[in-house]
Structure formats: structure tokens, C-alpha cells
Design a protein around this ligand. Structure first.
Ligand code: AFP
Length: 281
């Protein structure tokens, strides 16, 4: 697993360089979710593919930017799903973006996830790696990722990151979000999943939500590349991750690019989501 972490760290340094120097042009291509790809999306994807291809223990990789998974080593053990540059549309307004990795043992499923990682490209480059019950924070300094600390969530936080288009939210979802704000929660939402979740993790807790809604009944965020990895990180850090009905990591995806409604946060806030949704669904 260390070689995988090292490959992710090397990819992150190369992607950070690409962000710093690359023009932000759009390609003519679209990804599997029908989103126009930035040159940076494609370049970040190629960088990660190149670095993971060097590792014999990696069986198959799946990228949000590619339609189908790619088998690298039939004798490999790990299946890695990644979003090479999540929130890339925020680069041209100079907001933080990130890379997300889910590491699965023997196949792509929530139950087979054994580690998860994300990188935040912001004023500083930080990386969180979750494995064996510990979510470890690293900071890039002088070309090296240095260990900083273990991340633990409080039982209850102060931050609310409400995703999705409010006009399409279910009334009970809107009432729940309004209730949190009426209790003094702070609105922190940039439209970048990685920095928005990183902030909740580092500031002790709260709730990030991207619910199913009238325009997107199954939400927007992709199970393998985004939802499962962050669910693993939040549960490792002492939080919870649900889809409104149960743990997201117990869900079964039918297609590599399937999405899921998702709620990540401190245990008290997520338990409140479950009780509200249990009454309504
Ligand atoms: P882009 O990659 O198209 O910028 O979308 C980012 C994202 O997938 C995720 O990072 C955010 O949490 C989510 O979309 C924000 O979606 P809304 O703009 O619908 O809130």
C-alpha cells in the first residue's frame, strides 16, 4: 500500500505543477457524465494513470474521466478508482480543487474498500490518507509530503455545506437544512467537494449534503470515485456517511459511473439526517 501512497503523492506534485503552469482551455471531449473536459482534467488523468501503471499490485484502474476501467496487471490485487481533478471548473476562478482515490481489494465495491485518499490543491497542497482506522493528514513542503496529524471528527460540528440546486430539494430536506442554520451552523460551500469536505474534517465537524432531488434523483456525486472514498475517510475519522437510507459503503453500484445521494459529517448531524429521512421516505 505504501507504493500506492507514494504514487499518489508523486501524481499530486505533478498535477500541482500542471495547475500552476497550464492554460485552462477546454477540450472538445466530454467525460462519461457528459461534462466538457478541461485540458487539465485530461492531463491529470494521464499523470495518475502513468504513475499507477508502474505498480505491480494494481490490477485495474477506473477514472471518472474515462468510460471504462483499464486492467493493468491480471495478477494485481488492488482496484483503484479516482477522480483526477474534482471541481476542475473552479480552477479558472482560482478556487481550491482536488484529486480523490478509492483503493479496493479484489474488486470495485464499497465493502471491498481498504483505503481512501484525497489531495487538496489550494494555498497549500495537503493530502489525507485513510487506512487501518487512521485518517492521516500530510502537508507538501519542499517537494515532500510531511505527516502532520491524525484527523478526528467531534460528535457534533458547526459547518453546513448544502449541495445541489435548492429549488429542486424535497421540502423535508429544505426544512432540515434551514433548521440547522436556525441553530447557528455556518454556511461553507465552494462547489468543490474536496475543499468543502476537507474543511469539515479539519474544523472538527458538521454536515456536507448532496441529496437526491427532483432534477437529480440519484444525486450528482459518483459512487466509486467520490462518494465511497469520502465515506471511508469520514467513517475512519469517527464520522458517518449515508445516502438517507443507510451507510453508503453498503450500496451496490450497477455501473462504474453511478451516482448516489450522500451525506458526510459528524455522527450527530448524520443521525439527524437519517431520522428526518426515515420519517419521509
Ligand atoms: P465540477 O467538477 O463540474 O466542477 O463539479 C464539482 C462537483 O462534482 C463536486 O466537486 C461538488 O461537490 C459538486 O460538483 C457541486 O455541485 P453543485 O454545483 O451542483 O452544487
Amino acid at each position: 500500500m505504501n507504493t500506492i501512497l507514494e504514487a499518489i503523492q508523486k501524481s499530486a506534485i505533478r498535477i500541482k505543477h500542471a495547475i500552476d503552469v497550464k492554460d485552462i482551455g477546454y477540450s472538445q471531449e466530454q467525460n462519461s457524465s457528459g461534462e466538457t473536459q478541461l485540458q487539465l482534467d485530461i492531463q491529470s488523468d494521464l499523470i495518475i494513470e502513468e504513475e499507477l501503471s508502474k505498480i505491480a499490485s494494481v490490477h485495474t484502474i477506473a477514472s471518472e474521466e474515462k468510460e471504462h476501467p483499464m486492467t493493468l496487471n491480471e495478477e494485481g490485487r488492488y482496484f483503484i478508482a479516482f477522480d483526477p481533478l474534482d471541481g476542475s471548473s473552479l480552477v479558472d476562478v482560482n478556487l481550491s480543487v482536488g484529486s480523490i482515490f478509492g483503493i479496493y481489494d479484489g474488486g470495485f465495491s464499497g465493502k471491498r474498500m481498504v483505503a481512501a485518499c484525497y489531495v487538496v490543491y489550494g494555498p497549500r497542497v495537503e493530502l489525507v490518507f485513510a487506512q487501518d482506522g487512521k485518517a492521516s493528514l500530510y502537508l507538501l513542503q519542499n517537494g515532500e509530503f510531511e505527516y502532520v496529524k491524525e484527523i478526528r471528527l467531534n460528535a457534533k460540528g458547526k459547518i453546513m455545506a448544502p449541495g445541489g440546486t435548492q429549488q429542486h430539494w424535497a421540502p423535508y430536506h429544505k426544512a432540515m437544512i434551514d433548521s440547522f442554520f436556525a441553530r447557528g451552523y455556518r454556511l461553507r460551500y465552494s462547489g468543490g467537494m474536496v475543499p468543502d469536505l476537507h474543511q469539515i474534517l479539519l474544523k472538527g465537524g458538521g454536515l456536507f449534503s448532496y441529496p437526491g432531488a427532483a432534477d437529480k434523483p440519484e444525486g450528482k456525486l459518483r459512487m466509486l470515485f467520490e462518494v465511497f472514498p469520502f465515506a471511508f475517510v469520514f467513517e475512519t475519522a469517527g464520522g458517518k456517511a449515508v445516502d438517507g437510507k443507510g451507510r453508503v459503503l453498503e450500496k451496490i453500484h450497477a455501473h462504474v459511473h453511478d451516482t448516489s445521494p450522500c451525506f458526510f459529517g459528524s455522527s450527530e448531524e448524520v443521525e439527524e439526517v437519517m431520522s428526518v429521512y426515515a420519517r419521509e421516505q
